[in-house]
Design a protein around this ligand. Structure first.
Ligand SMILES: Nc1ncnc2c1ncn2[C@@H]1O[C@H](COP(=O)(O)OP(=O)(O)OP(=O)(O)O)[C@@H](O)[C@H]1O
Length: 262
């Protein structure tokens, strides 16, 4: 179980979110550009430090402003797939996937077998010795996912995991993600602008607007709010056909747990 209560002052507004994700549950974060979705992931993985609040993963407090606990990013066992991959282009696929394990000082033979297994599982074994700079966007995204999964993480944070995968490969990749998330049985947070992905991958959808959670519920509940006009931010295409428009949100709801409009 992950539980987050985090405040962080950003350039244009103060992010102030409270959310939780149970074991085996996938929470999908949606919201317009700049709403604060990636910042939430960065606060959980330790790349950014909250200005106040508390982040607890299982039995472990990762951050607490009251108890002055701030576990550094490298000591958190978190699989974080970044929107921009954050891979090393001059290093091989193997070296990129091994990077987090090396930082954790995992013994070399264990790194070799873990990385080989992960690459095989993701059909990347043939690219093991290829420099990442030579790969396509979709291939890089799979390498970034392999790097997140090879850590055997306690939680998965996936920022736009299918954005760079071409349409033809998206179906297979979405299914693979779905299976892996389910099999991992750990909390997972996915940021996406794609409603089809949100429905396919998520047990719950959380809508963020200017750093605040304005809706949090089962996908069908959040969608019915959309259908009833409480949320206009993804009122465009139908559930399975593409990108959510990034227009300003014109309606609010009361947020968890009863989703009443303001
Ligand atoms: N380190 C930072 N310090 C101050 N402001 C920041 C920082 N990082 C991001 N911001 C600002 O915080 C806001 C939220 O950005 P964030 O990247 O989290 O949004 P997002 O919802 O993930 O957007 P997108 O869908 O475009 O990726 C933006 O206004 C951004 O300019």
């Amino acid at each position: 179980m992950l539980s987050v209560r985090a405040v962080r002052h950003l350039r244009d507004f103060t992010l102030d979110v409270t959310l939780s994700v149970r074991q085996g549950e996938t929470l999908v974060l949606i919201g317009e550009n700049g709403a604060g979705k990636s910042t939430v992931l960065n606060l959980i993985s330790g790349i950014l430090t909250p200005d106040a609040g508390e982040i607890v993963l299982g039995e472990r407090t990762l951050y607490s402003s009251e108890e002055r606990i701030d576990v550094p990013a490298e000591s958190r066992k978190i699989g974080h797939l970044f929107q921009s991959y954050a891979l090393f282009p001059h290093m091989t696929v193997f070296e990129n996937v091994a990077f987090g394990l090396r930082c954790r000082k995992v013994p070399r033979p264990e790194i070799a077998s873990s990385v080989a297994n992960q690459l095989a599982a993701m059909n990347l074994a043939d690219l093991s010795d290829v420099n990442v700079g030579r790969l396509s966007g979709g291939q890089r995204q799979r390498v970034a996912l392999a790097r997140a999964l090879v850590l055997d993480p306690d939680i998965l944070l996936l920022d736009e995991p299918l954005a760079a995968v071409d349409m033809r490969a998206q179906g297979a990749m979405r299914k693979e993600l779905h299976d892996r998330i389910r099999n991992a049985g750990i909390p997972c947070i996915v940021v996406t602008h794609n409603l089809g992905d949100a429905l396919e991958l998520g047990n719950r959808i959380c809508l963020i607007e200017e750093g605040r959670v304005v809706a949090d519920g089962a996908p069908e509940e959040v969608l019915s709010m959309r259908d009833n006009g409480f949320i206009a931010s993804f009122a465009g295409p139908g559930p399975h056909n593409g990108l959510m428009p990034r227009a300003p949100i014109t309606g609010h709801c009361g947020g968890p747990p009863d989703f009443q409009p303001l």
